[in-house]
Design a protein around this ligand. Structure first.
Ligand code: ATP
Ligand code: K
Ligand code: MG
Length: 684
């Protein structure tokens, strides 16, 4: 069984696996420790991860990025409209979700963001199982803390479609905190003051700060604040627009009118930005950018900081918010831990350090901390793995309320209740009580829509409670519903049951007159203790006095039906089947390409050897026959054989082998003879 953690980033995805010796980040098929979070579409197959990056510039319209930021969103949402600036393919609304329209297999096709995420996750799964040499299923994936119920359910659906068993969706900074806490042996004991750490994660699109308290064996997130539109890509954009202005003057070109040029400049700007994190100045130069113009530029670090001023001014807002929500001051923070690629930018480090009034700590691997934390989380949750237990208490970021119709029998009943408040511990279960005589519905929604990203619909779900009826003498049924904000951060009403008030006789302790008053209060807690009366020495034990109390006793289940934004099983199954078919098709195309390449190299190899090492082992007739065969095959390969099936390439290879076989055989016999001769000499 596998234990896999995935940091699903906007730009890069990092995969970590837990093994007995600890957690390792794994490399992909081209030995990179991070995989581009990209999906591309071609005439015959898809390109997932690295191959998608390779073909990106030549296939912009059919390459989709920002996958996680699109999942669960709507096209018309202002956040998604903003995202269009960073996505080169065409975004469209498909049913309830945004998606992309691409040309795939020679046809226009549309895929929802959830499907696109599932495509990418299939690739993640394949990469992990190639490394582990095992089928992969159990997985923990990270998401930004600001993800809402719909966004989380979209990632959950995508995982299921990709054939993964998602054990937990964990917030990015919580994963980082877990990876920080687990290996540490110096955490305070339960009686000591907790260790307080601020985790700052600035990535490609997104900035988050969590304040976390650690004790031995546990962590509690106290607050998480964020800027959903602050990251490396905004820095790149500032650079790109600077050079767009400069080159308009200098070269009379407008890169903003040319998508390909824009992408090339963005890539060059990102490189320049990274150099400027270490050096005082950096060059940029791109050959034949557009209209046959070669462009050049230069930038000093101070100039970059000047350009970034508007962003840098926002750089401490999430920190202020995180502290305020945790009700702490900068002095309360013991350590500031930095992760995410963008925390390498000197001017950002400076501001953050100044804000906290202390040096910053870089004890975690900035690019891998989130993935490592996810793998630890997966190890804790996986039944096949034993790790030191570590409890993780996250918090509710958006308050959730339930609404219901007023019961006709209870005119003064409230019709709404905030059940999970911002800052409450998550996961968490709450029992809701309703007095009803008929089946009823309730709805859950985010109580403060203005806190949600963009213009998201605050609706979470509708739950219908069945099997409710008046009991006895037209009495109310006492209905109990178990509402749970679960490990993934999504809300469900998990079960319903009804109870009855029953009177039971319970013994009460002996007491003096004066104590009688608060006995009632104690009673509830006491239970078994009630029998512990101190009987006077030597006298016969008095008969215990009893009293009647009301208790609620569970009488039966209440069937529930729920409607949430999760896809229904049928839709998921169909999507999984389609994903499986596309995955097999990709594999077939890749195998066919391999066979074709193999055939091509075989032709070249034989052609060079026939006049060299094979020469003395073939008659002139054999030589010319083979050469003719090679020439024919090569012509075929570049003509009608350009686009053949796997089987045809294999057959072609066999044909050549038939002609070349005897020659190669004689050559190998000779090599073997020589080897034996050498061995003989050595023995003598
Ligand atoms: P997000 O967390 O926003 O979803 P992500 O996890 O993919 O995105 P990271 O991998 O943490 O993002 O960071 C990527 C960003 O960090 C990119 O914008 C990249 O250019 C930037 N970055 C990486 N190294 C450096 C560096 N040395 N100097 C400046 N920026 C850097
Ligand atoms: K990442
Ligand atoms: Mg990230």
């Amino acid at each position: 069984m596998s234990v896999v953690g995935v940091d699903f980033g906007t730009l890069n995805t990092v995969i970590a696996i837990a093994r007995n010796r600890g957690v390792d980040v794994i490399t992909n098929e081209v030995s990179n420790r991070a995989t581009p979070s990209l999906v591309g579409f071609g005439p015959k197959s898809r390109y997932l991860g690295e191959p998608a990056k390779t073909q990106e510039i030549s296939n912009l319209k059919n390459t989709v990025s920002s996958l996680k930021r699109l999942a669960g969103r709507q096209l018309q949402d202002p956040d998604v409209q903003l995202e269009r600036e960073f996505v080169s393919s065409q975004l469209v609304q498909i049913g309830n979700e945004v998606g992309a329209e691409v040309t795939y297999m020679g046809e226009k096709q549309q895929f929802t963001a959830t499907q696109l995420v599932s495509m990418f996750l299939s690739k993640v799964k394949a990469t992990a199982s190639a490394e582990l040499k095992l089928p992969v299923s159990d997985i923990v994936i990270s998401v930004p803390a600001w993800f809402t119920d719909v966004q989380r359910r979209a990632i959950m659906d995508a995982s299921e479609i990709a054939g993964l068993k998602l054990l937990r969706l964990i917030n990015d900074t919580t994963a980082t905190a877990l990876g920080y806490g687990i290996p540490r042996t110096d955490l305070p004991t339960a009686e000591e003051k907790p260790k307080r750490v601020a985790f700052v994660d600035i990535g490609h699109s997104d900035y988050a700060c969590s304040i976390v308290e650690f004790k031995k064996g546990e962590l509690a997130v106290k607050s998480t604040a964020y800027d959903r539109h602050f990251g490396g890509r905004d820095f790149d954009k500032a650079l790109v627009q600077h050079f767009a202005r400069e080159w308009k003057e200098k070269y009379k070109i407008d890169i903003n009118t040319n998508p390909k040029a824009l992408v090339r400049v963005t890539a060059a700007a990102e490189k320049m930005k990274k150099i400027l994190s270490a050096n005082a100045q950096a060059p940029i130069s791109i050959e034949s950018l557009m209209n046959d113009v070669d462009v050049n530029g230069m930038m000093k670090r101070e100039e970059l900081e000047e350009l970034l001023q508007p962003l840098l001014e926002r750089a401490t807002i999430p920190l202020e918010q995180a502290l305020a929500e945790a009700k702490m001051k900068v002095e309360d923070i013991d350590t500031v831990e930095m992760v995410g690629g963008c925390t390498r930018v000197p001017s950002l480090k400076e501001r953050i350090s100044k804000f906290f009034g202390k040096g910053l700590s870089f004890t975690l691997n900035q690019d891998e901390a989130v993935a490592r934390g996810c793998a630890f989380s997966c190890a804790i949750l996986s039944p096949v793995f034993r790790v030191r237990d570590f409890s993780v208490h996250d918090i509710v970021n958006y308050p959730i309320e339930f609404n219901w119709e007023q019961s006709p029998d209870i005119p003064d009943e409230d019709t709404s209740l905030t059940v999970f408040n911002k800052g409450n511990v998550m996961p968490s279960t709450k029992i809701l009580t309703f007095y009803r005589k008929q089946p009823f519905d309730l709805e859950a929604k985010y109580a403060k829509p203005e806190m949600l990203p963009g213009k998201m619909n605050p609706w979470i779900g509708k739950f219908s409670v069945k099997g409710v009826k008046a009991s006895g003498d037209d009495d109310f049924m006492i209905c109990k519903l178990k509402a749970r904000l679960n490990l993934h951060g999504v809300l469900n009403v998990e079960s319903g049951y009804y109870v009855e008030d029953v009177e039971i006789e319970e013994p009460i302790p002996e007491e003096k007159e004066g104590e009688k008053k608060d006995a009632d209060k104690k009673e509830e807690k006491k239970d078994g203790d009630a029998m512990d009366t101190d009987a006077p020495n030597g006298t016969a034990e008095p008969k215990p006095k009893t009293r009647k109390i009301k208790k609620q006793v569970r009488k039966g289940e209440l069937p529930l039906s729920s409607g949430t934004s999760s896809l229904d099983q049928q839709t998921k199954d169909a999507a999984a089947e389609k994903e499986g078919a596309m995955f097999m098709e990709d594999k077939l195309v890749a195998d066919t390409e391999d066979k074709k390449n193999e055939l091509e190299s075989y032709i070249y190899e034989l052609r060079s050897k026939i006049d060299d090492q094979y020469s003395e082992h073939a008659s002139d007739e054999e030589k010319s026959k083979l050469k003719e065969k090679l020439e024919q095959s090569e012509d075929w390969l570049y003509d009608e054989g350009e686009d053949a099936t796997r089987g045809v390439y294999v057959a072609k290879m066999d044909e050549i082998r038939f002609v070349a076989g005897p020659i190669v055989g004689r050559y190998q016999d000779k090599i073997e003879e020589e080897r034996q001769a050498v061995l003989k000499i050595e023995e003598e």
